[in-house]
Design a binder for this molecule. Structure first.
Ligand SMILES: Nc1ccn([C@@H]2O[C@H](COP(=O)(O)OP(=O)(O)OP(=O)(O)O)[C@@H](O)[C@H]2O)c(=O)n1
Ligand SMILES: C[C@](O)(CO)[C@H](O)COP(=O)(O)O
Length: 375
């Protein structure tokens, strides 16, 4: 099975309100549609098509996703057609069609993919648990039997050629792709939907999505502290930046005290001990080592466990050298080693008002705090 996904983001979101369409509004630290894309990426759907409005091309490109970007149509089914046509000739056998306004499809994808191994079409649905009324001008006009009813969600999955043919033959106006598939005579299996897989439709849906997002997140916080004494020399290395100085720092490695504090903060956040556990000072191979090796290892460990950097904050405590002129270069170097966004990394400094060992310029201390986020 070669599976692709179409993520629909060409609507205007009129019911949701706001100054920009709902799928481009922020949910946590990124636009709604970026959550949907990330969930499909995590499900290892390698080929993704993002269908957006011509006015939103710049936002779509700014996501930095590997998805193909195509322009949609005035109605949902026209947007689906644009996505399906973009997949022609790519060897796709199954396609998942998903509302970009549903940020959390993750829980329904495994059962959907399993059903598509056996069926031409499958889609997630939820049982109706409330009583249903027919309403006329604000008055309850009658009761609706809920037996046999389900609430439709996306992604809805189909054999690619079958749903392409069904859409090309359809006269338009379908609420969803199951309707199009059924009009073409396809048999559609239902798999369990999930309450978290909500569609942002009304303004109040955003608060619920924020609550779901907070509940899903695994947020880790770590701190690190390190000290290195001064010895004779003509420079120090701090956060990977060589700074001319009247002394050097003493250490088994390059004595980058600030990078060590940050590395320990990362290991701490992951409950992975400290640098000494991963790179024992008794091991001669780490003598004079570039501390970037330690930081890269810790950051890679976090990435392997599915975390992305929330932020890192490093404070260097010394009278001299002055850190301010080098802070931007330090942030850039840390970002490079951690493969992270430099805007999430802070390096700052303080003196200890000439008190204590840092005040007497006997050495430099550093503290660091780091957060990692997994959704
Ligand atoms: N011409 C359209 C209309 C809708 N959609 C997408 O289809 C999904 C479900 O549609 P809906 O919730 O109805 O979104 P909107 O049409 O944007 O909302 P509204 O009806 O409130 O304007 C959304 O991700 C939406 O962006 C689309 O790609 N192209
Ligand atoms: C596709 C859908 O999300 C399935 O529940 C739904 O049909 C979209 O309806 P809308 O009225 O376009 O929001």
């Amino acid at each position: 099975m070669t599976v692709a996904a179409i993520i629909l983001a060409a609507g205007r979101g009129t019911r949701a309100g706001g100054t920009i369409p709902k799928q481009w509004q922020m949910l946590g630290d990124r636009p709604v549609v970026a959550h949907a894309l990330a969930a499909l990426t995590r499900a290892e759907i390698g080929l993704r098509v993002l269908v957006c409005h011509a006015d939103d091309l710049a936002q779509a490109q700014a996501l930095g996703s590997e998805a193909l970007i195509v322009v949609g149509g005035a109605e949902r089914d026209a947007s689906v057609k644009a996505g399906l046509l973009a997949l022609q000739g790519r060897g796709v056998t199954r396609v998942l069609i998903h509302d970009g306004a549903r940020p959390f499809p993750g829980p329904v994808i495994p059962a959907l993919l399993a059903a598509l191994e056996r069926h031409q079409a499958a889609a997630p649905g939820l049982a109706v648990s409330d009583a249903l009324w027919r309403v006329d001008q604000g008055r309850i006009a009658g009761l609706q039997d809920r037996a046999g009813l389900a609430r439709a969600q996306t992604p809805q999955g189909f054999a690619y050629e079958a749903i392409l043919a069904a859409h090309l033959a359809h006269s338009g106006g379908a609420l969803d792709d199951v309707a199009v598939a059924m009009a073409a005579g396809l048999d559609v299996a239902m798999v369990p939907g999930h309450e978290d897989n909500l569609k942002l439709t009304w303004p109040e849906d955003f608060a619920r999505a924020e609550r779901i997002l907070r509940g899903k997140m695994d947020i880790r916080l770590g701190n690190g502290f390190d000290v290195h004494a001064f010895t004779t020399g003509d420079h120090v290395v701090l956060c990977g930046v060589k700074i001319p100085h009247s002394k050097a720092l003493l250490g088994h490695s390059d004595a980058d005290v600030a990078m060590h504090a940050l590395t320990d903060a990362i290991y701490g956040a992951l409950a992975e001990g400290d640098i000494g556990r991963h790179f024992p000072p008794s091991d001669p191979q780490w003598k004079g080592a570039d501390s970037a090796i330690f930081l890269a290892h810790a950051a890679e460990l976090a990435a392997q466990r599915g975390f992305r950097l929330g932020n890192a904050d490093v404070t260097i405590i010394c009278e001299r050298p002055k850190i301010g002129p080098h802070a931007a270069a330090m942030q850039a170097r840390l970002a490079e080693i951690m493969r992270a966004d430099v805007a999430r990394i802070s390096v700052k400094a303080t003196t200890s008002e000439q008190l204590g060992f840092t005040g007497r310029e006997e050495g430099i201390a550093a503290i660091a705090t780091v957060t990692w986020i997994k959704e």
